[in-house]
Ligand binder design. Sequence first.
Ligand SMILES: NC(=O)c1ccc[n+]([C@@H]2O[C@H](COP(=O)([O-])OP(=O)(O)OC[C@H]3O[C@@H](n4cnc5c(N)ncnc54)[C@H](O)[C@@H]3O)[C@@H](O)[C@H]2O)c1
Length: 461
Amino acid sequence: MTNILCIGAGYVGGSTMPILASHCPEHRVVLVDINEKRIAAWQSDQLPIYEPGLDEIVRQTRGKNLFFSTEVNRHIAEADIIFVSVNTPTKMFGKGAGKAADLQYWEKTARQILENSTSSKIVVEKSTLPVRTAEAMERILNSNSNGLHFDVLSNPEFLAEGTAVRDMQNPDRVLIGGRETESGQRAVEALVELYAKWVPRDRIITTNLWSSELSKLVANAFLAQRISSINAISALCEKTEADINEVAYAIGRDERIGRYFLRASVGFGGSCYKKDILNLVYLCEHYGLPEVARYWEQVVVMNEYQEARFASNMVASMFNTIAGKRIALFGAAFKANTNDTRESPALEVCRALLEERADVVITDPHALENARNDLGELAKRVTFEPDPYIAANNAHAIAILTEWSQYTQLDYERIYNSMVKPAFIFDGRNLLDHKKLYQMGFNVHPIGKPPLTRLTTNHRA
Ligand SMILES: NC(=O)c1ccc[n+]([C@@H]2O[C@H](COP(=O)([O-])OP(=O)(O)OC[C@H]3O[C@@H](n4cnc5c(N)ncnc54)[C@H](O)[C@@H]3O)[C@@H](O)[C@H]2O)c1
């Protein structure tokens, strides 16, 4: 039996370790976190993160070979392999503020591992880190005088929130980076063996440490770049009567371009894309590559433009004033099938509308609590309403900000009848049937297509 520990029971630790435990019943997996509330939630029926399919896997493994705890030190001592999936947010102070990764949680964990270890261990970086972080980790860990040896591996996580269970069960690839020393290669092999319980070996890629660390940043930069690219073209479509869906389909049929991630929207969100690109930008600056830095930075600039453009289009379309108007935001999560609201475009749009003194109501099937927390002080000025029909009642406008499939099933006739006229719908995800909505009487503003607008207030086609 191998004692496996994961430090950090957030989105990554919490969605990967239960699956690892389910495929390795002979091993013991413990997830620890300093956040007591989070650990209590993992031990309850109301898990702290919403991921389709995760509840069932946790139910099957919890108490058998999967355990949750706040006793970080005790479990470090017992562990053979330690995954570290603590948060690595953007640094908000000092050198590199606003771009570099804040590695304070990371370094604390390394020191904690060192202080509590009585045997040699494999330490696996699962968090997303700047390239060459493993070097610092190795130096801290191997600075002990009691003969312990630590092998540091990089095993970045590529899952996407909302499909985390599927992605972990059936990954496109697993990436493991290690030192090219004998003991480094033995550690790599031990981790390969774990994954090989359910992942075909030809999908397990092994590289040197630095390629592995850098590949994660680059993967996120490329994914976000595709979204910013299509969003940039959506702005041009709106000026030229080209239709972004048609353009995306036409270009995506070229296999060299491919069709994935070519959906125009109000913008990308989530805790990773922005912070990882800025981290990449910082690294390029650090290594004296300003042209490369500016190139990738533009992906983030374009995303901010798209969010701001969406909000200002709303104001402009609604006769240049939204002060005191009730506006219902459909969706708070940064994407469908997650309760995560970190960097959510929905909250960016919310902030912009509050600036204009709108009366904002947000609805979402799973993310209202996180939205309230993320909005901080501003939350006092927002109404949080789980029922979309109540949210839309008496509203001047609806904005679709998360592509929840539930929103395609709503009775928009009923919603239209309950709204103030002229009623507007701003579809930030191009999710709905725009022609149908227009025929009901709505003024419809999609992304990257001409708006369907009416001059008279209650004319019905
Ligand atoms: N969320 C994603 O989709 C995703 C995907 C791939 C990679 N990543 C990366 O994985 C890492 C974790 O991301 P996340 O979304 O799970 O973050 P998260 O904030 O949800 O979880 C991190 C957890 O670590 C805990 N923690 C911090 N310091 C600790 C310590 N010293 N001891 C014990 N616990 C500690 C925090 O309390 C928190 O619960 C980040 O580096 C992120 O970039 C995230």
